[in-house]
Ligand binder design. Sequence first.
Ligand code: IPE
Ligand code: IPE
Ligand code: MG
Length: 251
Amino acid sequence: MWLNKKTKPAASTSPEIDLDKVPAHIAIIMDGNGRWAKQRGLPRVAGHHSGMRNVKKITMAANELGVKVLTMYAFSTENWKRPKEEVEFLMKLPQEFFPLEIEELIQNNVRIRMTGWKEGLPDYTLKAIEGAIERTKDNTGLILNFALNYGSRKEMLVGVQNMIQDVKAGSLDSTEIDEACFSSYMLTSDLPDPDLLIRTSGELRISNFLLWQLAYSELWFTDAYWPEFTEDLFLQAIAEFQRRGRRFGGI
Ligand code: IPE
Ligand code: IPE
Ligand code: MG
């Protein structure tokens, strides 16, 4: 509806967005599902379910603004520490999410991808996400990137181990290991670094998410729990991003 216009018209309280300065890559730490549920006297998993239902809305808003990549932190390498039942519930969400949303995502030219380790994920989880990746592989719009079984320290360690192997094998010269080379060993090697990181739920930390890639990202936090994160808050984050001066170490 606001495509082809320079700014998104302010609907009621929504801030104006300059469509020429939309962040290319937005990463979101979708946090607070458990507390959202607790606040309502519901089991934690009800919060995860509600959180899942919020993903499409924000994806569509991002797509409409012309965001290129939306990375959603869905499950960390540390989240395996949670009770077995909760982990199992989370692992079953993709097989509910994709059948429910895939048609609309396809209609909107969204491409699904995943950043994380496939090893360790149950077969049904992998099947759901790989099916969605396959069905959307030719789409050219927004990349909806799920960080699933992802941890940044592991990503960097594995990257370093792979570099050492390649040096030993003779396919990499150790003197060529610069930032671009290091980036190419990250799981996100084909993506631009995030311009904007959003974390919900009031926690002010990174929780092992994209440590290398976030070096110069703008950080934006909200107290809202993920299930109650609205399109309006999303626009507020982008509007704030557009007011900031990114210097990358310069002046
Ligand atoms: C985020 O919500 C979802 C995942 C980490 C999978 P949480 O489950 O962490 O919710 P809180 O932080 O306990 O409220
Ligand atoms: C980060 O949230 C991981 C995801 C949102 C998937 P956590 O709830 O796991 O992070 P901590 O434990 O509060 O740092
Ligand atoms: Mg949490």
